[in-house]
Every structure is written in C-alpha cells, then in structure tokens.
Design a protein around this ligand. Structure first.
Ligand code: PGA
Length: 251
C-alpha cells in the first residue's frame, strides 16, 4: 500500500458557464460527501473559481487554477497571478498542460518560472509532462520526459517540492479515448520516480504524488490505481459530469 494520499483532479478546461460550473460543483459535493482517504480537486475556468469555491466550502474538494503567470502582478493583459488564484480560493494550479504547450507557446522554461511562482505563493503545482505519439514511436519517451522534468524543476531543491504533484499525460491519450495501459503508465511512473530520486533524493521521490492523465474514465480507474506508482488521475472529459467524476473518485 502506498503511503501517498491519492489525488483525483478534474480539469474542466474551457467548458461550462459560471452557472453550470456552480451546479456541477454542488452536485459533486453531495456525491463525494462520504469519501475519505482520497484528495479531490476541480479546476474550472477563471471566472467560475470564486463561485465554485463558495459552492464546495465545507467539503473535501479543493479548487485549482488551470494556469498562472509567473509574475506577481503587472501589465499582462489576459493573464492571472498566483495570488489572484489564491484569493479566489485556489490551493492548486495546473502548470504546463500539453494544450498550453501546444497552443499557447509554453516551453520548459516558462513552465519552470510558473512552478516557481506557484510555490512562492503557496499554491500546489500540478506539473504536467508527456510525450507525443511520434516521440513514443521513436523510442524517445523516457528522454523527452526526463528533459521535461529536469528543465521544469531547474533551480529548485527537494525542500521546495513537498507540495508539488507530477502528472504524466501522454499527449496521444488526451481526449482521444486511447488510454495508456496500466502497465505502460506504471512503467513511466517508475521511471519518473527514479528520475526524481536522481535529480533530488529518494525521500522526495517516495513521497511525490504522480498522477496519470489521458482518457481516464470510471471503467479504467481502478486498474490504473492498482499500480504501485500511480497515485491518482488528472481527468479532463470525464470530469465534466459530476456523476461520472464521482465514480472515478470512488474507484
Ligand atoms: P482527458 O484529458 O481525460 O479528456 O483525456 C486529460 C487532460 O487533458 O488532463
């Protein structure tokens, strides 16, 4: 049995109006009422953060942002800072999601700055990494992931990373219905834990939560979660429906 508390995190991406988000959060709150021993997080759009925070108050559901800027404030139209996320009730923030890397020009360097900014203001980063289809086919999975981890955590020391969560999300499995098999995911998670041990130290590697993400649904969660190095899930599509997401939480 892992001593790491499982985390089931829902990334709502650019879905749901404010009203829809609140309704969904209220329903989820009632559906996960009896849950113990699993941490739960949802990341709605920015405008829904505060109202969703009010809706989940008193439950074990935590709130997360989907992105942040690395500066604390300034003339950065359209951006949001860690402190602003915190003031809306966030305790987590997703950083470096492959959609941000692919469509919004995020690089390992900006991801690194964002992780530092999140940690500096007391937000728990969910640091996303993952290889593409082509990289996997060319046997580059491990080298790509190793580079992402090293660059993303550059300049940080073990003590800084107690609240960090790593999320392995193979790009070919996101929103495609194509899940990595539990063996494929476990193989990567073992590699990542070893990579963290090498870059930092073994106690951190052992305590670090590593989530799997990519087409997670109620039907494949238990199998994924039975693997010793899979500590939770980052769920996109299947987190949008409260009932479905609660089934994942209750894997
Ligand atoms: P998915 O997305 O569950 O829809 O594949 C996962 C993610 O993007 O975090």
């Amino acid at each position: 049995m892992s001593k790491r508390t499982p985390l089931i995190a829902g990334n709502w991406k650019m879905y749901k109006t404010c009203g829809e988000s609140v309704k969904s959060a209220q329903l989820l709150k009632s559906l996960v009422d009896g849950v113990t021993g699993t941490d739960i997080m949802i990341a709605p759009t920015f405008t829904s953060l505060q109202p969703v925070f009010n809706a989940i108050k008193g439950s074990r559901i935590d709130l997360g942002g989907q992105n942040l800027h690395w500066e604390t404030e300034g003339a950065f139209t359209g951006e949001i800072s860690g402190d602003i996320l915190k003031s809306a009730g966030c305790s987590f923030v997703i950083i470096g999601h492959s959609e941000r890397r692919q469509y919004f020009g995020e690089t390992d360097e900006t991801v690194n700055k964002k992780i530092k900014a999140a940690l500096a203001c007391g937000l728990k980063p969910i640091f996303c990494i993952g290889e593409s289809d082509a990289e996997r086919d060319s046997n580059l999975t491990f080298s790509v992931l190793d580079k992402q981890v090293q660059a993303g955590l550059k300049g940080l020391v073990s003590d800084d990373l107690k609240d960090l969560v790593l999320a392995y999300e193979p790009i070919w499995a996101i929103g495609t219905g194509k899940t990595a098999t539990s063996d494929q995911a476990q193989e990567v998670h073992t590699f990542l834990r070893a990579s963290i041990a090498k870059q930092f130290d073994d106690p951190l590697a052992q305590s670090l939560r590593i989530l799997y993400g990519g087409s997670v649904k109620p039907g494949n969660t238990a199998e994924l979660m039975s693997m010793p190095d899979i500590d939770g899930a980052l769920v996109g599509g299947a987190s949008l429906d409260a009932e479905t997401f609660s089934q994942i939480v209750n894997y």
